[in-house]
Write a protein that binds this ligand. Structure first.
Ligand code: N01
Length: 556
């Protein structure tokens, strides 16, 4: 007789399963998944390790954290009244504003009552006998669910610092990905920031205004262009709200899941004169935002084209940063622009003109050691009151592997994916029946506006479950052949670009020992969506299903 979890006693139990669906994560994906499942009458419970909703926006509370997708587009589209009612204060929303929005959505749709907070799922094993997922949490006992959905986000497992002497350091340490809830006051402090990706680039200008002195440790310079954030104007808000339905539909079939004010140019970079090219780069630099990478059609596929966009940014950095040596260190030279995620900044390069900011290049010598009072790098001893780690995440697979997930015959997901993620559409993996991933590896996910991709995946899953319900089906999983072909397609798409040339987290290259391959699907949001639609129209081609009675059958 199995021991029933304390948490499950608080809700009504079904006869076969505790829940039809268990969802892990109450971030943007988990909340919408819960809403849609509940609307469809599916008995669902969400488990969340944090004490509140928000996922990424719950954890990443570092100073300066904000989204670099426009707020009018980084928001749910599923409810017309919600998107008309909500007012965004700025072009790019801050972390507190997004968290406030997600709390508003949670309360507005009364989602909190179906979420178990402060509870981590530690294992999920598929039980062949009962054909359900046996799920354990850190509070003990276990739950049974027919379906199990990982809505745990792509960038949720912070990389932990592995520096000798870490525990000897007596000052305060912070990780941008697990920032304290209360305000941290750095006034009068000497602080270190280690890491210069998006989190570092957003936080450094804000920290420099508060702290007495900031030392930035840079291993690799990241490419960054100005965000040009501005307060939301009535005019811009109105323009979007009046046309939301049309624009959202365009977003769903766009390349990146978002719309840009400046049109993407459909010509190669070298097809225009040097002056014309410079003018186009200048226009996009001045406009700010990700559109810079779409100045020409081939910036991410041809090295010579990319070189022109890269050199323009290097020149701008040299123009902003007064000390030529610092400017050269900040100007990336070792990988194509855009192949690590492009950063959007507000006064990042300008910050290095301040007297209280120093850049330390650790590209050739890593930080050797932490000492009781600071750290040792480049043959120097540094003393700090606080050290901020902005060193990134074990992205895309880290959080999936943190849960002991086992499919048929007890096979571990981690073991199946030892050479890299293997999914069909980034949604499911063969031999792991009835387990879905929202924006999993092999889907556009981090190469898109996450909101657009999350909504698409959530709706795909709910439609799939309704299809199963209508057809008295019990199990669904990918056919191995379909999965293999998709994995190849994801790699082919990446290999047609310059992305594999960078040691990025997209490639798993930031985590020692992680297989080096491009994890998201780069083929475009619209193209991916059409592929999914075509698969559904063809009776869930590539998925195999099993009826409630017995015997496997292809869905077609
Ligand atoms: O992490 P990162 P992040 N010693 O991996 C360095 C999203 N995001 O948290 O490049 C010294 O990009 C590392 O150096 P290197 C966004 O998708 C979005 O900044 O590996 N340095 C790098 O400089 C983003 O891409 C938003 O050589 C070490 C940095 O730490 C993703 O999250 C905001 C080191 C890590 O950069 C991750 O961004 C924030 C070590 N041992 C984040 N280990 C917005 O929407 C690592 N580094 C705006």
């Amino acid at each position: 007789m199995r021991e029933v979890l304390k948490v499950s006693e608080r809700v009504s139990l079904g006869s076969d399963f505790d829940y039809e669906v268990i969802v892990i994560g109450a971030g943007i994906a988990g909340l919408y998944q819960l809403y849609r499942l509940r609307e469809s009458g599916v008995r669902t419970r969400v488990f969340e390790s944090g004490t509140g909703v928000g996922g990424t926006w719950y954890w990443n509370r570092y100073p300066g954290a904000r989204c670099d997708v426009e707020s009018m587009q980084y928001s749910y589209s599923f409810d017309q009244t919600l998107q008309q009612d909500w007012h965004w204060a700025e072009k790019y929303a801050t972390q507190p504003e997004i968290l406030g929005y997600l709390n508003h959505v949670t309360d507005r749709f009364d989602l909190r009552k179906n979420i178990e907070f402060d509870t981590e799922i530690t294992s999920a094993h598929f039980d062949e006998g009962s054909r359900c997922w046996d799920i354990k949490t850190n509070v003990g006992g276990h739950l049974l669910a027919q379906f199990f959905i990982m809505a745990t986000g792509c960038i949720s497992t912070p990389q932990t610092p592995k520096i000798e002497g870490f525990s000897a350091y007596q000052g305060k340490t912070y990780h941008t990905g697990t920032w304290p809830h209360e305000k941290v006051d750095f006034t009068g402090q000497r602080i270190a920031v280690i890491g210069t990706g998006s989190s570092g680039i957003q936080s450094i200008p804000v920290l420099a205004k508060e702290a007495d002195h900031v030392t930035v440790f840079q291993r690799t310079p990241h490419w960054s262009v100005p965000a040009r954030n501005v307060p939301m104007t009535d005019e811009y808000e109105k323009e979007w709200k009046e046309d939301y339905a049309v624009r959202r539909e365009k977003m769903r079939y766009s390349v990146s899941g978002s719309l840009k004010k400046l049109k993407s140019l459909d010509v190669p970079a070298l097809s225009v004169s040097v002056d014309e090219r410079e003018e186009i780069f200048r226009e996009r630099w001045e406009a700010g935002g990700m559109i810079y990478l779409r100045s020409f059609s081939d910036l991410l596929t041809k090295q010579e084209a990319n070189d022109t966009a890269a050199e323009y940014v290097r020149e701008r950095i040299r123009g902003i940063v007064k000390d030529p040596e610092t400017a050269e260190l900040l100007a990336p030279k070792t990988y194509p622009i855009g192949t690590k995620r492009l950063c959007l900044d507000t006064n990042y390069y300008e910050t290095f003109n301040r007297d209280n900011v120093e850049l330390v290049d650790i590209s050739s010598q890593p930080i050797r050691q932490m000492t009781p009072t600071g750290l040792r790098a480049n043959g120097r001893n540094f003393e700090f009151d606080s050290v901020v780690f902005a060193i990134g995440f074990d992205a895309m697979t880290g959080t999936l592997f943190n849960v002991d997930i086992r499919g048929r015959k007890g096979r571990m997901l981690k073991e199946k994916w030892h050479a890299g993620p293997r999914t069909y559409l980034g949604l499911m993996s063969a031999d792991f029946p009835n387990m879905f991933m929202i924006t999993g590896p092999g889907s556009p996910s981090v190469k898109s506006n996450m909101l657009t991709s999350i909504e698409q995946h959530v709706e795909f899953v709910v439609d799939g479950l309704m299809y199963m319900r209508d057809n008295c089906l019990e199990l669904i999983e990918p056919e191995l052949k379909a999965e293999d072909e998709w994995v190849d397609h994801v790699q082919e798409a990446a290999n047609a670009t310059l992305f594999p040339r960078a040691n990025s987290w997209y490639m798993g290259a930031n985590i020692p020992g992680k297989p080096r391959l491009f994890m998201p699907y780069i083929g475009g949001v619209g193209r991916y969506r059409k592929i999914c639609e075509e698969i559904v129209e063809n009776g869930y081609r590539g998925f195999k299903v099993q009826a409630k009675t017995s015997g496997a059958a292809a869905a077609e």
